[in-house]
Structures are given as structure tokens and as C-alpha cells.
Ligand binder design. Structure first.
Ligand SMILES: [Zn+2]
Length: 407
């Protein structure tokens, strides 16, 4: 029987990088192949009702209830795509009984994960770590979540004396490009509550995310020969600077933390004639979020009034909302997770996510879905690693939640 770490490494080696520029679902064919493989494996492992849907890319399966009581059904969710970072030829390395020193990921290329730069490494002395070879990401985000859910379900299936309600699992695509969950079929999933396994360090329990929107700002200028441009030229580079200067300059990611929201000018491309700016807008508070969006509209109007024509055109779209809005109305999944961790001697780390998870969207589809730790760190880059011991704790937390839920 394959161990959890062997399974993690085998899954990590498959390049399932998602692609923001692709219009297909999932965004890359490799994700379809991975999902197909995963569905086959779940069937072989004894999961019930295994379905791989081609319309949304999700693989779902069921562990039927074995209780004669009425028990809320629970869902466990993870994503199989990986972030936008080199994912070619991923070669995970295992470090057993980690000694707390700098880790040479790649001798040839001199890639070192130093304790100085990553002081968290000190928390893993004595652990078995899975790292990269210093050239790719690892993809433990979120394949650690997938293997933990599988491992917990295998345990539950092997222990029929453990009474539980119906458990549903879902593995999905394209979380990293922010659209995998858009097509998630919450009704078909049936779970009363769910958890994403997509967090990081031991104890993480997250149920507050950002409210998020994106704004595309198009700038229309007038290009004239500079020699005869007086009172005629309108340069979109200047319009762009003017537009951005009207936003609060300290409310940017590099100057904010905790519950503070921001505007991020993520891309800007201008010629004299035509300019494009991309902003993302983030705030935990719904009201402030709406004010931020309004500010973008207001600034565009101010400039258009000033120039007497539509120089600035805004196209704004909401991306996801703070799941706390849903979860605060029904705290049961958070209470279950807290109690499960307490029973296992794990101190919950509860803090707002400065981002979103699939749970941000799924919660608004009617299934309150907080996020749990996976035991991996340094996501989205070559310093990503996972701890076997913390992954095992994540498995225990899943099992404990299932047990508590049936009580
Ligand atoms: Zn993730």
C-alpha cells in the first residue's frame, strides 16, 4: 500500500499548472488527465459514487453514512491545479529527521533554503520534509490537501466502528487562477458543511476572507506629433499617473496587513493614444469594499468631467466575497474544527485570510466552508515544502471532525 508521502510525491510530479490566459475548463489539459487518474484511483480505493465531471472539471466521491442517526453531511475539498510558477519536471526531495540547518535544495545552482530567510524552518526539527529540487514549485498547494483527504477517508473506511454521516469529497481545478469554484455544483455536492484543505501551518483555521473585485481601466488619449502638440495631445501615460494618484497611496499591499484593505495596480501598459491599467480591490469589510469600488468610479467621473469627454472607461467585476458573512450565521463548522484541534492538542491559529479560497465562493453557494491547514509552507515558489508530521495532524483533524460531527 502506498504511503501518504509516496502519494504526495507521485501527485506533485504531475505538472498541473493552471493557465489564466486559457478560456477552457479546466484551463489546462493536464488537469483533465490528472482528474481522470484521480477518479480511477478513488474507485480502486473503494470510494463510492465517484464522478469526474467534464463540464466543471471536478472529481467528487462519497463515503456513505454508517450511522443510524441523522447526521449532517460533511464535505472535504482540495484543488489539484498548481500556481503560476515553473512546474516542468518536478523532482521532490525527502529530508528525513530534519536537523534545523539550512537546506541545500540544489547544489549545482546554489539554491539554499536558509533558516535566516525562513525562520519557520525551526518548527520542523526532527520532521520528515518534502522539498523541491530548487528549480520548480512543489505543488503541495494543494496536493497535500488531496492526499490528506484521501488518507483520512481510507482510515474511516477501514474503521467501520467509527460512526459517521455521509461524507463527500471534491477535488477541483483552477483555484490558483480564481475561477475553479465558479462552476462548482453545490447542490449536487449535498454537504451541509464543508472544509477546504488549502491552508498552511499547523493549526490554521480560516473563515474570513477578503471581498474582492477587479477593475480594468482603459484610457483614451490623442496622439499628435510632439512638435505641434500644444493643446492637442492627450497622453494616456499622464492620465494613468493622474488616475492612480487619486487613490489612497498608503492603501496598497506592501503597506497593509491584518484587516486593512487595499488597491493593487497589478499591470499598466500605455502608449500616448491608448492605455490599460488593471487593479485588484480587496477589503474584509463589505461597506469599505463598496466604498473602494465607488472611489474607482468617482475618480473616473472626476477625470472625464475635467477633460470634457470619456478619457477614462472602467470595467469592474466582483471576484468573491468574505465567507465570514455566511459562516458567522452558522458557526458549527468552525466550532467543530476548533474542538477537533483542541482534542488533538493543536492550538488553532485563527486569522483573516488576505486572499480568498474556493471556500469563499462555495460558502456563498450555501455550504459554509472554512479552510484548514495542510502542513505545507512557502506556496507558489521553489521554497515550497511539506512536513509529513504536520500532514498527519491534518489527517487526524479531518477524522476528528467527522467523529465529533456524528456525536
Ligand atoms: Zn491552494
Amino acid at each position: 500500500m502506498e504511503t501518504m508521502i509516496e502519494r504526495l510525491i507521485r501527485y506533485c510530479k504531475v505538472n498541473t499548472r493552471s493557465d489564466e490566459s486559457s478560456k477552457s475548463v479546466p484551463s489546462t489539459p493536464a488537469q483533465v488527465e490528472f482528474a481522470k487518474m484521480l477518479a480511477n484511483e478513488l474507485s480502486v480505493l473503494g470510494f463510492g459514487e465517484v464522478v469526474h465531471r467534464l463540464d466543471n472539471g471536478f472529481v467528487t466521491a462519497t463515503i456513505p453514512s454508517n450511522s443510524d442517526q441523522v447526521v449532517d453531511s460533511l464535505g472535504f475539498i482540495a484543488h489539484f491545479d498548481t500556481a503560476d510558477f515553473n512546474s516542468e519536471n518536478i523532482q521532490p526531495q525527502i529530508i528525513e529527521n530534519y536537523n534545523g540547518q539550512d537546506i541545500v535544495l540544489n547544489k549545482e545552482l546554489d539554491v539554499v533554503m536558509s533558516v535566516n530567510k525562513f525562520p519557520n524552518l525551526k518548527n520542523y526539527v526532527g520532521h520528515t520534509l518534502v522539498t523541491t529540487d530548487g528549480t520548480t514549485l512543489l505543488g503541495a498547494d494543494d496536493k497535500a490537501g488531496i492526499v490528506e483527504i484521501i488518507e483520512a477517508m481510507l482510515y474511516i473506511m477501514a474503521h467501520p466502528e467509527l460512526k459517521h454521516g455521509e461524507i463527500r469529497v471534491a477535488f477541483g481545478p483552477d483555484e490558483e487562477i480564481g475561477r475553479g469554484a465558479n462552476l462548482f455544483d453545490a447542490k449536487d455536492f449535498r454537504a451541509r458543511y464543508a472544509y477546504t484543505l488549502d491552508g498552511s501551518v499547523l493549526g490554521e483555521l480560516e473563515y474570513e476572507s477578503f471581498n474582492a473585485a477587479s477593475a480594468k481601466v482603459t484610457l483614451h488619449g490623442v496622439s499628435v506629433h510632439p512638435g505641434t502638440a500644444k493643446d492637442k495631445m492627450v497622453n494616456t501615460s499622464k492620465l494613468a499617473l493622474e488616475f492612480d494618484s487619486m487613490l489612497p497611496q498608503d492603501e496598497v499591499p506592501e503597506k497593509t496587513e491584518g484587516y486593512q484593505g487595499f488597491f493593487l495596480l497589478s499591470e499598466m501598459k500605455t502608449t500616448i493614444e491608448l492605455g490599460h491599467m488593471s487593479y485588484i480591490i480587496r477589503d474584509h469589510d463589505k461597506e469599505t469594499f463598496l466604498l473602494r469600488k465607488q472611489l474607482i468610479w468617482d475618480n473616473a467621473k472626476t477625470m472625464n468631467d475635467k477633460y470634457g469627454t470619456s478619457r477614462v472607461v472602467v470595467d469592474m467585476k466582483d471576484s468573491y466575497y468574505n465567507m465570514a458573512e455566511v459562516i458567522s450565521k452558522d458557526f458549527k463548522p468552525v466550532e467543530l474544527a476548533k474542538q477537533a484541534m483542541a482534542n488533538l492538542g493543536i492550538t488553532p491559529i485563527i486569522k483573516p485570510i488576505r486572499g480568498g479560497t474556493d471556500g469563499s465562493k462555495i460558502s456563498f453557494m450555501g455550504i459554509p466552508t472554512p479552510n484548514l491547514f495542510t502542513g505545507a509552507e512557502n506556496f507558489h515558489g521553489k521554497f515550497e515544502f511539506a512536513s509529513k508530521e504536520v500532514m498527519e495532524k491534518a489527517v487526524s483533524v479531518i477524522i476528528e471532525i467527522v467523529k465529533l460531527n456524528a456525536k
